[in-house]
Design a protein around this ligand. Structure first.
Ligand code: ZN
Ligand code: ZN
Length: 247
């Protein structure tokens, strides 16, 4: 299956990732990606970068080695109200965002509170993708989650790193099996993210594809296969790259 988009990657700016933005983009080009997205951790993640990092993306060339470059952030969801760790004035400058739960920023609570946190962050118009909702430490009512994703028009991530051996999140395959059942039922679009923390892993979606095939997940709901499919979710794509997309 064609797979030309990776929007969940980290550079050295995240503090625990090891390649530069240039190295990541070059790797994306070598792997034949059409769209590369950088989503470094927002400031509340220990060791990550200051919010000023996220306001100067205008200096970055948006077409490099034939790859469309999108600059976003992986936001930390901070509480059940869905508060995130960049201000509105910064969020509106980003091309897209991934919003995720991370233990250093949101200590696990109850299933109701995790579900509430996701549902509330989906109400934020600056949130594009819900990152790795697959972690045993954060049980979720997946039916409520999928319905809210559909209503709010958010993309649900299938995170390759969660599914790969040795990852920090456990239970992902089992949790995705439940979540994807509801995504199918409510026709919720999903996007695979590598969550690469090194250039080698850019575009590495292998475990996610294996899972999606196993679950017979319909291709029309998988956003990695076409730039045109992604455009309604990331309006800035059409502004940054107004030419007819050849993907
Ligand atoms: Zn994350
Ligand atoms: Zn990440």
């Amino acid at each position: 299956m064609k797979d030309i988009i990776d929007l969940h990657t980290h550079t050295i700016a995240s503090g625990h990732a090891y390649s530069t933005l240039s190295e990541m983009i070059r790797s994306a080009a070598e792997k034949g990606l059409s769209v590369y997205g950088c989503a470094d951790h927002a400031p509340k993640m220990p060791g990550s970068t200051h919010k000023f990092y996220f306001i100067n993306f205008k200096v970055i060339p948006r077409l490099q080695h034939g790859v469309r470059v999108l600059m976003g952030a992986e936001l930390n969801i901070l509480d059940p109200e869905g508060t995130v760790d960049l201000p509105e004035s910064t969020l509106e400058k980003l091309d897209y965002t991934v919003a995720s739960l991370h233990v250093p920023c949101f200590a696990p609570r109850t299933r109701e509170e995790h579900t509430q946190a996701y549902v509330n962050v989906m109400k934020n118009p600056h949130v594009t993708i819900i990152g790795h909702p697959d972690d045993d430490r954060y049980p979720v009512d997946y039916r409520t989650f999928a319905r809210a994703a559909k209503e709010s028009g958010k993309l649900v991530e299938v995170n390759n790193t969660s599914l790969a051996p040795g990852g920090s999140r456990t239970g992902a395959a089992e949790n995705y099996a439940v979540l994807l059942k509801y995504c199918k039922e409510y026709e919720v679009p999903i996007i695979i993210g590598s969550d690469a923390h090194h250039e080698n892993d850019v575009g590495n979606h292998r475990c996610a594809w294996e899972l999606l095939e196993r679950e017979h997940f319909p291709e029309e709901l998988i956003m990695n296969t076409s730039v045109e499919k992604l455009k309604p979710y990331i309006p800035v794509l059409a502004q940054l790259f107004p030419e007819e997309c050849h993907d």
